[in-house]
Ligand binder design. Structure first.
Ligand SMILES: C[S@@+](CC[C@H](N)C(=O)[O-])C[C@H]1O[C@@H](n2cnc3c(N)ncnc32)[C@H](O)[C@@H]1O
Length: 241
């Protein structure tokens, strides 16, 4: 059955682009509030899992306001980081937001990355995969541009199934988050789309299979918040090209 909250597949790309353009001014604030500040910890874990060498090249796909890229550079200023996204306004908000640290942003679609094969030591994406029309296609592109031996790391929401925590989290996610999102950003629709976009998103074992089918090996994942099987609300997957 189709979810009336979600756009038709053929309109999804432009819907997503417009939605992030609209919420860009308050995107960071809303992230901090609805994740209780945990999102920073998840992004640090993403960078740990990239296994980047000094002077390594990192591509952050769907970089938004650049938090993953900034996290990498806070760790190691020798890194060469590039961020790409569909929504220019998100990157405009991200540019210059961390004193003394900067990296280039460019407009690009995750399904057609404007980079040569084997260009990066690692490729990351944070909270993007729910928003693309072709998850495997996005991983294929990431696997193409990462060097052999390089990592592809994906941070994404996962809906918990555990008996008590599952319904509690769903209440928070489906009822409370749209209310807070509406007040903070004035875009309640975007924060209604958010939980609905997670419903049909592949569960962690299935997402790992999709990554393998895109040519990545040694694919693993870890759950966070609170991070117990069936109770995690965020999954971080990683694989090696
Ligand atoms: C929830 S935000 C995440 C931003 C950032 N990665 C973070 O961790 O905060 C999702 C981002 O994905 C971008 N996006 C969605 N579909 C995309 C696509 N096909 N290609 C590139 N960016 C895309 C959106 O414009 C938005 O900035």
């Amino acid at each position: 059955m189709t979810d009336p909250i979600l756009p038709p597949i053929e309109e999804k790309r432009s819907y997503v682009q417009q939605m992030f353009t609209d919420i860009a001014p308050r995107y960071d604030l809303m992230n901090r509030l609805m994740t209780l500040g945990q999102d920073r910890i998840w992004r640090r874990t993403v960078i740990d899992l990239c296994n980047l060498p000094r002077y390594g090249r990192l591509l952050d796909v769907a970089t938004g306001t650049g938090d993953i890229g900034y996290e990498a550079l806070k760790r190691d200023l020798s890194l060469d980081v590039v961020g790409v996204d569909l929504a220019r306004e998100m990157m405009v908000r991200g540019r210059g937001k961390v004193a003394g640290v900067s990296f280039p942003f460019a407009t690009a679609d995750a399904l057609s990355l404007p980079f040569a094969d084997n260009s990066f030591d690692a490729v990351t994406s944070g909270f993007m995969m729910r928003n693309v029309v072709d998850i495997r296609g996005a991983f294929l592109e990431q696997a193409r541009v990462v060097k052999p031996g390089g990592r592809v790391v994906c941070l994404e929401i996962t809906l918990p199934n555990a008996p008590v925590f599952g319904p509690l989290f769903r209440f928070y996610f489906f009822k409370v988050v749209p209310l807070i999102g509406g007040v903070i950003t004035g875009q309640r629709q975007a924060y209604t789309y958010l939980p609905h976009s997670a419903v049909k998103f592949p569960q962690p074992p299935r997402l790992a299979e999709i990554m393998r089918s895109a040519g990545l090996r040694d694919v693993q994942y870890r759950l966070a918040m609170p991070g117990i099987a069936g109770v995690g609300t965020v999954a971080i997957h990683w694989g090696t090209r």
